[in-house]
Design a protein around this ligand. Structure first.
Ligand code: ATP
Length: 359
């Protein structure tokens, strides 16, 4: 049995996680991380105060110690700045994946260890197993509709060694049942949406607050002007809606297929396999994180280029500069620089990295 600090977000999953850990006989305390406060008055609803109340009510009901930890400054430095810088430089950042590595299993885990806890638990739908060599492994969650292992793909072995994911063993209805059985006030709460800190604030409004619009032309690949954009950072490869260019072809939409940074032009094309720039078979992944074995020999794996994508078979080969090259069996649509790619073998998460070159 271990001394566990569980991250209580005020949602049903982490509430049930705390209850399960108690049932398993662990010594449990709960903590709410204060990550971001809408001090800048962005339009939208930021429900952290009611989430904090819910987390506190759950801890009370379970009779566990509850702490509020102010991580606003490290969150700004590690997540908000990464997000804004990413958009500014024209890539597509993924703050949810980064948050697990830098905050929940970074700053928060360090705090927990310092305070004498042995483990940090969260309500993620993933499973943790001990390997014969003593290492911890991460498997996909038992509920295929809820699996969140993708978001854990940049975790290190040290982080996994101290992590627990109790609800990952269950299907979602069984998780709600745990919360009901313990009469937790969050049992019927609907699942949270969106980026962990932005809450109900629209990403577009958030970005616009930090990066001024920089309007330019929208063209096709021949350079013909089809419309105007508000700033290249507001668009992502493969994006169908929001660019405002109507399609003259029935059943065939214009999608974003590239950005010409030099001329501040957004390039659109047809959403079809033959469109240059939209599909790629090959890519280079850097900023790698290997949970168990290093990626130093060529092998066949499955890759998830984005959350909720289908696992795609591919060949992974190490490069002399320490990164890896992936060659997919089938061309992949809209792989975006900056996005996270998670690697799997069967149901086991091998790790992941960042798309640094495409095509
Ligand atoms: N502000 C927070 N304070 C403490 N822990 C948090 C916080 N936000 C998220 N977590 C932890 O990270 C886990 C995954 O976060 P995510 O935002 O994906 O929540 P979720 O899947 O909606 O789960 P939940 O139902 O518990 O909110 C949560 O289950 C919780 O353990």
């Amino acid at each position: 049995m271990a001394k566990v600090l569980v991250g209580l977000s005020g949602g049903v999953d982490s509430s049930a996680a705390a209850a399960m850990l108690l049932e398993q006989g662990h010594e449990v305390a709960g903590a709410f991380m204060k990550n971001w406060v809408n001090a800048e008055g962005l339009p939208g609803d930021c429900p952290w105060e009611s989430d904090l109340e819910d987390a506190l009510a759950v801890a009370k009901k379970l009779g566990i110690e509850f702490r509020v930890i102010d991580l606003i400054d490290p969150y700004k430095a590690r997540i908000v700045d990464y997000l804004v810088e990413g958009y500014r430089s024209g890539i597509t950042p993924n703050p949810d994946v980064w948050c697990n590595r830098e905050m929940k299993f970074g700053v928060f885990l360090d705090y927990a260890l310092e305070q004498g806890f042995e483990k940090v638990a969260t309500g993620h739908y993933a499973r943790r197993r001990d390997l014969a060599n003593g290492q911890g492994a991460v498997l996909k969650g038992a509920d295929p509709n809820k699996d969140q292992s993708y978001f854990l793909s940049l975790m290190t072995q040290r982080q996994v060694a101290h992590a627990l994911f109790p609800v990952g063993e269950l299907l979602k209805p069984a998780v709600r049942e745990v919360a009901r059985r313990h009469d937790l006030p969050t049992a019927g709460k609907k699942d949270s949406q969106g980026i962990c800190f932005i809450g109900e604030i629209k990403m577009r409004d958030f970005i616009r607050h930090y990066i001024p619009d920089s309007p330019g032309e929208i063209t096709d690949t021949s350079g013909k002007v089809l419309g105007r954009h508000d700033g290249l950072h507001l668009y992502t490869l493969g994006q169908r809606k929001g660019h405002g260019v109507a399609s003259p072809r029935d059943g065939m939409a214009y999608v974003v297929i590239g950005k010409d940074l030099g001329r501040n032009r957004l390039i659109v094309g047809w959403d079809e396999a033959s469109t240059p720039g939209l599909y790629a078979e090959r890519c280079v992944i850097g900023t790698l994180s290997a949970i168990n074995e290093p990626f130093d020999t060529p092998r066949r794996i499955e890759a998830l280029p984005r959350y909720r994508a289908k696992p795609e078979p591919c060949r992974m080969a190490p490069l002399p500069d320490g990164r890896v090259e992936l060659t997919f069996e089938k061309p992949q649509r809209a792989l975006a620089l900056g996005q996270i790619c998670a690697f799997y073998e069967g149901g086991r998460l091998l790790g992941g990295g960042v798309f640094e070159e495409i095509g």
